[in-house]
Design a protein. Structure first.
Length: 362
């Protein structure tokens, strides 16, 4: 479970620090840094697993991962640190810290300005620091970051059939949904999944995973309609089903990173979806497989639900122009604004501002 994120020099972040609870909703306007935050976590995961965070970046070329400035010297590199809790064995919870980064070496070519000539994308093993001694060197770090699952679910992908040999967690786009449901068939986890799905999508009676010509498929049983093949389900129903499937999967607990959770969900049902997600949150070391959810949203429903149930789990991301004390560097950076009753202007979001946001969006 991720507990703290520190980012300096990566994309829109400079000296950025965020404490992360088991459930966190990141709300903010477009281009405020929500996706960049998930990109930073992806960079850490790629570095730890050995694939190389810059070379495998999903958005942008290697040089474009570095913070961009409007005026002044470019940043020489960036660092991303993630603190997390891991459970190496039942009943044991240990803190762990990942410190990774990259440097940019500049040269002046004959043509024009400075360009990237070299990127240090792989750090020596000794730079991977642990708060405690790792009980399984080389195993626990990789397993920890592999439990961070980022989802941008594609209904088209989730309608597809797939091989029953797929035993991994739900894919980022959900393309192996039928195989995951097949693996869960007959379990208490599938029954719990159906109960939560019925709370969000009315009239759902059951899920029916099946094998058809040696391929995994599934039907959704709806009251008054009978079995509906996955190919005929609506985009919104599939997105809700995919998210809840990842949340209930008993074999692959972890942290779910969900972008724009409101996509395809009716506003009247979104609050119920959030309540059911929160009910499934479990910290490491307990009786249930641990579940953490970090989501991004533009929806006032998410703001209202978070403000009503747990203001500490609601963070507003925004951007601000930052001028270094010496005045040599000017750039736009991401800032996190928690809800607080008072404080220095511009450093927090007050309950009154939240109410105004909700009233304006109504």
């Amino acid at each position: 479970m991720i507990t703290r994120i520190e980012i300096d020099g990566f994309k829109s972040f400079l000296n950025f620090v965020l404490d992360v609870p088991p459930f966190l909703a990141l709300v903010g306007p477009n281009a405020s840094g929500k996706s960049n935050l998930f990109d930073a976590l992806g960079f850490v995961a790629d570095e730890i697993t050995g694939s190389g965070g810059l070379l495998s970046a999903g958005r942008g070329l290697p040089a474009e991962q570095f913070h961009r400035v409007a005026r002044g010297a470019p940043v020489p590199g960036f660092a991303v640190s993630v603190e997390a809790l891991v459970a190496p064995e039942p009943g044991a919870v240990l803190p762990i810290r990942f410190d990774v980064g990259a440097e940019m070496v500049l040269r002046i070519p004959r043509s024009s300005g400075a360009v990237v000539s070299h990127v240090a994308h792989h750090l020596p093993e000794e730079l991977l620091e642990f708060i405690v001694e790792d009980p399984e060197p080389g195993v626990t770090p990789r397993r920890t970051v592999q439990s961070w699952h980022r989802y941008a679910l594609s209904p088209q992908a989730m309608r597809c059939r797939c091989s029953p040999a797929e035993r991994g967690p739900l894919a980022a786009d959900g393309r192996n949904l039928a195989a995951v449901l097949g693996r869960m068939a007959g379990s208490a986890a599938l029954a719990d999944l159906v109960a939560d799905l019925a709370g969000v999508v009315p009239d759902v009676v059951a899920l029916a995973p099946r094998l058809d010509r040696e391929e995994c498929a599934f039907d959704l049983v709806v009251d008054g309609q009978g079995s509906v093949p996955s190919a005929l389900l609506s985009d919104g129903t599939l997105r809700v089903l995919g998210l809840l499937t990842a949340l209930h999967d008993p074999d692959h607990p972890g942290t779910l990173l969900v972008e724009e959770i409101e996509n395809g969900v009716h506003p009247r049902r979104l609050g119920e979806l959030l309540r059911r997600i929160r009910h499934r949150i479990a910290e490491p070391g307990g009786d249930r497989p641990f579940r953490q959810v970090i989501l991004t949203s533009h929806s006032p429903v998410v703001v209202a639900e978070g403000y009503r149930t747990d203001p500490d789990a609601l963070i507003f991301l925004d951007t601000a122009v930052r001028v270094d004390p010496d005045g040599d560097r000017v750039s736009r950076v991401t800032v996190a604004k928690p809800i607080q009753p008072d404080g220095e202007p511009g450093t927090f979001v007050s309950p009154r501002q939240v109410r105004r946001y909700l009233e304006a969006a109504a």
